[in-house]
Every structure is written in C-alpha cells, then in structure tokens.
Design a protein around this ligand. Structure first.
Ligand code: SF4
Length: 419
C-alpha cells in the first residue's frame, strides 16, 4: 500500500547506534555534504529523562535516548504485512500472503502484529508521550507529519488478530486504540478496495466509520484508484490479446469494487481528510476516465439509496490530479525493464531532482523490528523488547514505492518505453 501523507516529510536523526549495512554506510558518507537534515535529536539533557520509561514493557532495558531516537518519525506501524491485490507497482519485496500450508510449515511465520503486542506498544508509546508531555513521534519543531500508517505492503483494513481471551480484534479496534492513546497524532488509512462479497470486511468498514466519526479530523482516508491493480492488469492484458469482452469484464469488476468501497465510507467522509489517489501507468487521462466511471457508479448507488453525496466526496471525485509512476518494484519484471537504475544512478537522479534523501523515517514491523528508511535505502535498527521479536515476517528491503513516484519526474525515458 502506498504511503501518501500529503506534503508531509520525514527527517532523520544521527543518534542511532545500531549497525548499518555497507550500502547505507556508503550512502551516508556520500550524502553528508548535502545534508541539511541529518539532524540530531532535540538538544535535550537526556540524563534528566532517564528512568521515565520505567515499567513500560516495550522498552524494557533500553536507554531513553535510544527510545526517543527509535520513535522519532515513526511513520509506519505495520500491523499487517503482504497483500493479495498484487498490484504490479507495489514494493519490490511485497509478497502475496503466506498460505495455510506455509503457516503450518513454519510456526514462527506471522502476517499480523499480534494484538497483545500492538496494544502494549501503542499504550507504551502513548504513556511515554504523556509522561514527557510531547508527541514523541514528532520531536522536531518544523516536522510536519503527525500521521502514522498502520500498513506497509498491505491494506490495514484486513488486520485481524485474537487478543489473549481469543476475541478477534480488527482494523477498527486498532484505529480506536491508536486514536485513544496517541492523542496528539492522526491516523492514515489507505485502501485499495474491498471485495463486495467479503461481508466481514464490510462490517469492519462500518465499525471504522464509527471510529472516524468519534474522532473527527484525526483520520486521513485515501482510496487508491490504481491502474496497476491486478484486476486492471488483467483487463489490460485481455485488451492486448484483443478480447474486449473479457477486458471489460475485469474493468467492471474493478470499478464496482471501488464504487462499493467508496460508498461504504460515505457516513464518515465529512469527518476525515478524504482523498482519491489516482495512479496510472499509461497516461493521466486514462486514470481520470477510470475514476469517472467509478464516480458515476457511486452517484447511481447514492441515488438508488436516496442519499446525498458529501461535498468533500464530490470534490474529490471531480479532482483531476493523478500521478503517473514509473514501475520500479515488481513491475520492473512485468514491463520487461531489464536495466533498472543502480543505487548510484538513482542517487544522481534524486540529487538532480532535489529529492531530499536525508529525510528518514522509521518503520515498526509486525514482529517489533524497527527499520530506518529514506525509501532508497532501508536498514534494520533496533527491536522492541516483546515476545513477538521471535516471529518471522518478510524482511523489508525496499520500503516503499514512493521514491519511484517521485523519481519519475526526472526520468522520462523508461515511461516512454512503457507505452
Ligand atoms: S499497492 Fe497496496 S493494494 Fe496493491 S499490492 Fe501493494 S499493498 Fe496491496
């Protein structure tokens, strides 16, 4: 899932102690001279805070400076990993969810952050922030992001985990806990659409609407309309084979799914920041056309249900702003691009396009492992002192595809090759 926090960037820190891999070290050396933002933690006297973390299970045995450094710019808490939508522009290491046989074979394998860990972590971060008196995930005065995503290469709406009493907790429970405990922060929810026959997830959306309405203006909801989605890929493939009927069938499936998802969220739209994120690999007009088809279906549903569309939704569905992305990640294979740029070339492109690679953010994986990334390089850092650290998730090597989205502005050659 794309991490898209509007106009909000992430800044790094230099106080980390964890080892970096060779690639990251080289990167640091090369970019040090360009750095405006490889900044330090706030100039606090950490020794006066030492001990304030007492009794917080997640940070057991950790120094306060280390905790502050880890939490700073924590932009992703991956409650769920992997996704079956299989969009071809997803992160390079994004995989389909493990099968029941995989779970049987490897008992340590996990896709979901265990609820107990999530609850402990969020509660401990909230408690520590309250004790210190600031939002610890946002400790820079000109830092603009106050939102965290509960997903990485996944759609957080599908989060499910049992608590210690065997009660199933879902994405709405996770959102409610986050908004309750982290009072100074907002939450980013992005979905690529929910299958209509999936009544369980439709129920989660209804619950989520209540959570959003209970915490007005604290949730940013992105609906991703994406030509890289597997249904749209199938439609495109059928078109290339000359099978128009099959192509239209897949397109219908996709537009129905998206219209239905948008329609489900209507009761909460006025109480959140709402965006339709349009992504194309052809040209912007083609994704605007797709969006218009979905918008028409939403309007028809509203009419049928005698419902007035919220003004915010109408505005979003009329927006003609999308992004064309160069397929980095998995799509490199799909489009037969055999010469993706290496790290040095990407660095050069980034510099030429004034992409600030010194803006780092942190990811907390479902097993309590922290990563630091600037989207080009990703490194493991520390982990939470929780039971789940023994669980296995796919390693995060290329954190997001956002870099690909930015980089495209400077490099048009491969886009042309795509056409
Ligand atoms: S882009 Fe989002 S919806 Fe698509 S495969 Fe990746 S996580 Fe899933």
């Amino acid at each position: 899932m794309r991490i898209s926090i509007q106009n909000k960037y992430n800044y790094g820190f230099s106080g980390r102690k964890a080892p970096m891999d060779e690639e990251s070290k080289a990167y640091y050396r090369r970019t040090a001279k360009y750095s405006k933002y490889t900044d330090e933690l706030p100039k606090w006297k950490f020794k006066y805070f030492e001990g304030i973390q007492e009794g917080l299970e997640s940070f057991k045995g950790m120094k306060i400076k280390n905790i502050f450094a880890l939490l700073r710019n924590l932009t992703v808490i991956a409650t769920i990993r992997n996704c079956s939508s299989n969009c071809s522009d997803c992160c390079e290491n994004a995989q389909k969810p493990p099968t029941p046989a995989d779970f049987k074979r490897d008992k340590k394998l996990t896709r979901m952050m265990p609820w107990e860990q999530y609850e402990q972590t969020i509660s401990d971060i909230g408690e520590l922030s309250d004790r210190v008196g600031i939002d610890l995930l946002n400790t820079r005065s000109n830092w603009q992001s106050d939102a965290t995503a509960l997903f990485l290469d996944s759609d957080s709406i599908y989060y499910r985990s049992k608590d210690k009493n065997g009660v199933v907790k879902d994405a709405a429970d996770a959102a409610e806990l986050y908004l309750e405990k982290l009072k100074k922060r907002s939450l980013l929810i992005t979905t690529a659409g929910v299958v209509q026959s999936d009544s369980r997830t439709q129920e989660v959306i209804t619950k989520l609407n209540d959570v959003i309405n209970k915490h007005p203006k604290r949730v940013q909801l992105n609906i991703s309309i994406n030509e890289f989605h597997n249904l749209m890929q199938a439609s495109q493939k059928a078109l290339e084979e000359g099978n128009i009927e099959k192509s239209m069938r897949y397109r219908e499936l996709y537009t129905n799914r998206m219209a239905n998802t948008i329609f489900q969220f209507i009761p909460a739209i006025e109480n959140c920041e709402y965006f339709s994120i349009l992504t194309t690999w052809l040209d912007k007009e083609s994704v605007f056309k797709l969006k218009d088809e979905i918008a028409k279906k939403v309007e028809e549903k509203a009419l049928k249900n005698d419902l007035e569309l919220p003004a915010k939704l109408v505005k979003s569905l009329n927006t003609e702003s999308g992004r064309k992305i160069r397929p980095l990640g998995k799509a490199i294979k799909l489009y037969g691009i055999t010469d993706p740029p290496n790290a040095d070339e990407m660095m050069k492109i980034a510099m030429e396009n004034e992409i600030d690679l010194n803006k780092f953010y942190k990811i907390l994986d479902a097993n309590g492992q922290f990563y630091i990334t600037n989207e080009l390089f990703t490194s493991k850092i520390d982990n939470l002192r929780l039971k789940s650290k023994n669980l296995k998730t796919p390693e995060i090597t290329k954190a997001t595809k956002k870099f690909g989205a930015k980089i495209i502005r400077g490099e048009l050659k491969i886009i042309r090759r795509m056409k």
